[in-house]
Design a protein around this ligand. Structure first.
Ligand SMILES: [Zn+2]
Ligand SMILES: [Zn+2]
Length: 252
């Protein structure tokens, strides 16, 4: 199994997961042009995408979807409320595969376990991908780490997880009104470096070896702060930060 983060941040998010001859695109939050350019530069022919999976309906996760779907014949997998909102928003696709939050589904030997996450969207989810003995967890926008999230991610070998903000930088930020800061740090907002660090430390004790940190706020975080906070004393875990403007390269 391998994966590549095509880009991550408040300007757009997308990741490709590949195993068992299947290629899944998770979210399509970059422009369709950026998505296809970055896929091609990474050796992925867009038409070879087997399915598109959506975590939630926010623009930074679906922005390129409508135009991209003109080039793909792949089905879109999303939860019922997410599907309804996106369709109401004018995005149509050839085929929708609606799954209940928490459902598991399969693409040949590649299994996908969805799980509910707390975030200010209608029905947001995260995913765990499993193929043979390997597993990869994907946890994007999430306000706090629930017991369910910890349980679902326990035992994954690799993880994409958001590290959205540094507490001190968010507090010191002068661009955002107080209400926005409250939303970001609320239990249905985004994960701070400290929250992500606690989750990674917990998972590292259960086999986690590789972590890509994503969705870093441009103003209220920086790669050094995020990686330093999460690395802590975890010598056994390889940690990198995904970027908004380029891919993170393939990770096995
Ligand atoms: Zn979101
Ligand atoms: Zn987002």
């Amino acid at each position: 199994m391998r994966f590549i983060v095509l880009g991550s941040g408040s300007g757009g998010n997308a990741t490709v997961v590949e195993a068992g001859g299947m290629r899944l695109l998770v979210d399509a939050g970059l422009s369709a042009k950026q998505l296809t350019d970055r896929m091609k530069a990474s050796g992925i022919e867009p038409a070879s995408i087997s399915a598109v999976l959506l975590t939630h309906e926010h623009g930074d996760h679906v922005r390129g979807l409508r135009v991209l779907m003109k080039q793909l014949s792949a089905p879109i997998y999303a939860t019922p409320s997410t599907t309804r909102l996106i369709r109401d928003g004018g995005i149509e696709a050839g085929s929708w595969k609606i799954f209940e939050s928490g459902a598991q589904f399969h693409f040949n030997g590649l299994s996908v376990q969805s799980f509910a996450v707390p975030h200010d969207a209608v029905e947001p989810v995260g995913f765990v991908f499993r193929h043979e003995e390997k597993s990869f967890g994907l946890l994007s926008d999430t306000g706090h780490v629930t017991k369910l999230i910890s349980e679902r991610l326990r035992g994954v070998n690799a993880l994409f997880v958001e590290a959205n903000y540094d507490d001190a930088l968010l507090e010191a930020d002068t661009k955002r009104p107080w209400s926005t800061k409250q939303r970001i740090s609320s239990r249905h907002g985004h994960l701070s470096n400290a929250q992500t660090a606690a989750l990674v430390a917990d998972l590292a004790a259960n086999g986690l070896r590789r972590v890509v940190l994503g969705h870093l706020s441009r103003d209220c975080n920086c790669p050094v702060a995020a990686a330093t906070a999460v690395r802590g004393s975890l010598a056994s875990v390889e940690i990198v930060c995904a970027e908004q403007d380029r891919t993170c390269g393939w990770w096995d």
